[in-house]
Design a protein around this ligand. Structure first.
Ligand code: F0G
Length: 366
């Protein structure tokens, strides 16, 4: 007998949990690794930073099967690709999409081809695509070049594209919004998240909108997106030819869902803003040290953004006069262990001491 993920135990995967809201039928064979149902963590220290009795929650997407939010969309995209009889999937990636696509393709028993900017993928993510057995092609170009190539290769219908230009991906990613509403009993007032190719902000907004008529929520949040200052085409309203940021996951100069993101921000009366690399690294460190949550730099853009909204008068959205008791959710999109390079650099100051109690005491500072 073959067991499905849902028969086995706790995490049923997002398709089993939200079947009626997703583009699947009874005959779709579900390809799942038990993704979703990620913790919504109340953060007392972040709440204190906002003040005015506001509550801040972090949606920790780093605990998905391949350690990023991409798995929610990938289970739907790969299940649908199998339904259509695909023999291979293809994607461009800054790292996480390729890690997720490679895992779900392995699970489905089909080929996964990933086109990546050479030398620009965080170590842990490249390692994932490799270990799951993807066919990896590294190009001398950036993510936007990789996506252009993938679009062309996908046109022949030989491969199913599993980037967020595939609507099945976005349908799956909506489930994060459903989960938040299910846990809080309503939508939050504000939703903050990092923006790269702009699929996720599009999916969250669609998810909140889809859930409202089901009377699961009485309102929708203001969507506030953050781009890295050196890779902020939506903020500056122009294509960035050579995007640069330490947050390699969102190093994107011409996002595919640009227009949808703009619409989400306008319709929700939200905002788009930028954070510097210094603010991103400070946000990453702050969240790890004060709330015990370790996220990759791109994810830390949401935290850096929240801190900017609290303090700076230059923020596109100020929380200084935010209604008392507002509820704020920040999505942290990927686990910190995927992209440790900046931290490894800082760890170099760690020097061994002699193996004696006295030396250990001295090193502790006793
Ligand atoms: N955070 C992380 C960790 C990501 O990997 C990405 C996107 C984003 C945020 C931005 O999400 O593109 O929907 O606006 N990563 C893609 C990839 C581009 O190839 O892994 P988005």
């Amino acid at each position: 007998m073959e067991w499905t993920t849902s028969e086995l135990r706790q995490s049923r995967g997002v398709i089993e949990s939200y079947r009626e809201l997703l583009p699947v039928s009874a005959s779709t064979t579900i390809v799942s690794l038990g993704e979703g149902n990620t913790p919504l963590i109340y953060c007392p220290q972040l709440s204190k930073r906002v003040g005015r009795g506001c509550q801040v929650f972090v949606k920790n997407e780093g605990v998905n099967p391949t350690a990023s939010f991409k798995d929610r969309g990938m289970t739907v995209a790969v299940s649908k690709a199998m339904e259509r009889g695909a023999a291979a999937i293809i994607c461009a990636s800054t790292g996480n999409t390729s890690a997720s696509a490679a895992a779900y393709a392995a699970r489905a028993g089909i080929l996964c081809i990933v086109i990546l900017p050479a030398g620009r993928i965080a170590t842990g993510k490249l390692l994932q695509a490799f270990v799951y057995g993807a066919k990896i092609v590294a190009i001398d170009g950036n993510f936007d070049d990789a996506l252009r190539i993938v679009r062309e290769l996908g046109e022949g219908h030989q491969f199913v594209i599993v980037n967020s230009i595939n609507p099945d991906r976005l349908a799956g990613q909506k489930t994060a919004a459903f989960e938040i509403v299910d846990v809080l009993g309503d939508a939050p007032d504000f939703h903050l998240l990092p923006v790269g190719n702009a699929g996720n902000i599009t999916a969250y907004w669609a998810g909140y909108r889809d859930y409202e008529p089901h009377r699961k929520s009485a309102s929708v949040p203001a969507m506030i997106g953050f781009q890295a200052a050196g890779a902020a085409p939506i903020f500056y309203n122009r294509i960035i030819e050579r995007p640069e940021t330490i947050a390699s996951a969102i190093r994107i100069g011409n996002p595919a869902s640009w227009k949808h993101a703009r619409a989400a921000i306008a319709e929700s009366r939200g905002a788009i803003d930028v954070v510097s690399d210094e603010e991103i690294l400070a946000g990453q460190s702050w969240l790890a040290r004060h709330e015990g949550i370790f996220v990759e730099p791109a994810s830390a853009a949401a935290i850096a953004g929240l801190l900017k909204c609290c303090g700076s008068n230059e923020a596109a959205y100020s929380f200084q006069k935010i209604p008392e008791g507002s509820r704020i959710v920040c999505t942290v999109t990927g686990h910190g262990l995927k992209d440790p390079d900046a931290i490894i650099e800082r760890m170099k100051e760690l020097k061994p001491v002699a193996a004696t109690v006295n030396e250990a005491r001295r090193a502790i500072g006793l």
